[in-house]
Design a protein around this ligand. Structure first.
Ligand code: HEM
Length: 564
């Protein structure tokens, strides 16, 4: 049977299959295979009935080719047509067709820059994929992320290579909220108090190890070691000694290589499901998952002397509750490692990069630290944090310029529900949405001098500094006092931790950790960028692999004398 003979039969079946795929998006391999193979098989059985088996095989191959060609054509034509629900949204034509190209492009780590370029060209709402929009209008933040907002998007299904994801990717809102409760208990203020001694001990070890580095080091690397060790202390009651022993098991290479693969699979979730079945292809991802699972499993086997995060995740704080399933706890171990250690250590690296390239800000923060932590006052004392307005402003400003999750967390309008309407914008069912902090934070409509590191903006708007006493950022040479008095500062557009019931539960811990470490380091050392290193490279080499991957930060280190 030739292609021409089978095509009249396969064409209508392909059109029906397209509609089924479109309305009932599924990640079940069995359903995919049935929809892809059963119709051509039926056509072949029909046209080659009462003929030898070889005729059936020829008919099947031809039916499959014509069926797939019709299916692909139908999908592409529909996505490019004015019938597609997102047809009215502007965006590059190639991105309307398929996510395969965008997924391949994520490997470069420039996804955030690509999104920024698209917004420059097409405006505030851009169609960045066949069914995907990126929105940089801050009035959408609360309705889409806040209470009553949208559920999570499907990207973590790809990253997890399974529809069963850890907390961060749970799509079903009631189930997400149920799984979220122990995290909230384990990361609330009273629980943080119990982590403070662990934090103080680790920060002291970081100081000691940096002091051993004979005057020069990659500060980013040591902050990564610190971040991982502290996260293991805090979450699993110990288990990592990178600061003492170095990264002999390459855990950071595992995390960073895993995140590259994860970003590709976030963009094409169905591919994750398939590649998950070919371990050799997704080895970095599997190693990353195994690392997190092992950390959690070892913790469960040995128990913990401290009330660590797993004390809460295992419901050990509730006498009337049994622990959740081991698989669930192990999956949340992966999330703990990635969400908890990478983000905070990266932000501390960014803080030091900003301070070291802005000596006047460095000097102001040093003065504040010396005021609150004179000789004799331990750097681990947290009671001063709330009065350290400049420290808070510096951290906020680093988070504004370099949000660790540059595109933010994905959301999706449920397939089964009604369209979501925000103002005059209609988001049809099935639409995936990004609200990228990287772009919102650098938009002059949200923040004056958007590309400048200028902690003073946070002091002015919180009433700590009068407009008339503020100096414009050093990089904004032509700025006037007028520009400062008409300061634009829209905190509704500041979303490094996301917002709403599915936001980051680790915000309080991250702030505590960052403050303690910055104080400990600046109280003990003077840092300078290593001579000959070009700081311009730092920003260029920041990569978006869902979380930001950072370049090295080489510094010279000198011990300060005023310290006890
Ligand atoms: C500077 C540090 C950090 C930043 C900027 C950050 C940012 C984020 C963002 C943007 C999300 C996505 C939220 C959403 O979907 O709306 C998230 C989720 C999450 N983060 Fe963080 N994070 C940081 C540190 C931490 C720490 C220290 C922990 C502690 C373990 C943590 C635990 C989590 C968890 C468990 C989730 C999943 C929340 C959920 O889906 O309900 N994060 N984080």
């Amino acid at each position: 049977m030739s292609l021409r003979e089978v095509s009249p039969l396969t064409l209508p079946l392909a059109l029906i299959a397209h509609q089924v795929f479109r309305r009932h998006e599924t990640y079940r391999v069995a359903v995919h295979l049935s929809l892809l193979l059963a119709p051509p098989a039926l056509v072949a059985a029909y046209v080659a009935r009462s003929q030898p088996y070889s005729a059936f095989l020829t008919a099947f191959v031809n039916a499959l080719l014509s069926y797939l060609a019709a299916l692909v054509t139908s999908v592409v034509v529909y996505r490019l047509s004015s019938f597609h629900p997102l047809a009215s949204y502007p965006g590059p034509v190639w991105r309307r067709v398929s996510m395969i190209g965008p997924a391949a492009a994520t490997v470069s780590g420039n996804r955030h820059r690509t999104f920024a370029d698209m917004h420059k060209q097409y405006g505030d709402i851009v169609r960045t994929g066949p069914n995907e929009l990126s929105i940089v209008d801050p009035t959408f933040v609360e309705p889409l992320l806040g209470t009553g907002g949208l559920p999570k998007g499907p990207n973590h299904i790809g990253g997890n290579m399974s529809e069963e994801t850890n907390l961060v990717g749970i799509v079903d809102i009631p189930y997400h909220l149920q799984r979220r409760r122990p995290w909230n208990r384990g990361l609330k203020q009273s629980a943080l108090k119990e982590y403070e001694p662990l934090l103080a001990e680790r920060a002291q070890l970081l100081v000691q190890r940096l002091g051993d580095q004979s005057g020069s080091a990659d500060l980013g690397l040591w902050l990564k070691y610190f971040g991982y060790d502290f996260m293991c202390d805090m979450a699993f009651g110990g288990g990592s000694e990178l600061l003492r022993n170095g990264d002999k098991n390459n855990v950071w290479a595992i995390i960073e290589e895993g995140m590259v693969v994860c970003t590709v699979l976030h963009t094409l979730p169905w591919l994750g499901i398939y590649l998950g079945k070919i371990p050799s292809v997704v080895k970095p991802m599997l190693l990353l998952q195994e690392n997190g699972r092992q950390m959690a499993k070892k913790r469960l086997e040995r128990g913990s002397k401290t009330r660590d995060l797993y004390h809460y995740l295992c419901n050990e704080d509730l006498s009337d509750r049994s622990p959740p399933a081991i698989a669930e706890l192990a999956d949340d171990g992966i999330l703990t490692v990635v969400a908890g250690s990478d983000t905070a250590s990266m932000t501390m690296t960014n803080v030091f990069y900003c301070l070291l390239t802005h000596p006047e800000a460095y000097a102001k923060l040093q003065a504040e630290i010396d005021k609150f932590y004179p000789a004799g006052e331990p750097a681990s004392e947290t009671k001063h944090h709330r009065d350290m307005h400049y420290l808070h402003a510096v951290i906020n400003e680093a988070l504004r310029l370099y949000p660790p999750v540059p595109l933010g967390s994905q959301r999706r309008v449920p397939h089964s529900g009604a369209p979501v309407v925000v103002g005059s914008t209609v988001l049809p069912p099935g639409t995936v949405v990004y609200l990228p902090p990287w772009i919102l934070h650098r938009d002059p409509r949200n923040f004056s001098f958007p590309d400048a590191f200028w902690p003073e903006r946070w002091l002015i708007t919180s009433g700590q500094l009068r407009h008339e006493d503020a100096q414009p950022p050093s990089s904004a040479k032509d700025a006037t006092k007028m520009d400062i008095s008409g300061l634009v500062h829209n905190e509704a557009a500041f979303t490094p931790f996301s917002i709403g019931p599915m936001n980051c539960p680790g915000k309080g811990l991250a702030m505590l950790e960052m403050r303690t470490v910055i104080v400990s380091l600046m109280k003990n050392f003077s840092f300078k960028l290593r001579d000959g290193w070009d700081p311009a490279k730092f920003e260029e080499e920041l990569k978006d692999y869902f979380l930001v991957a950072r370049p090295e930060l080489p510094v010279t280190i000198e011990r300060r004398r005023i310290v006890t």
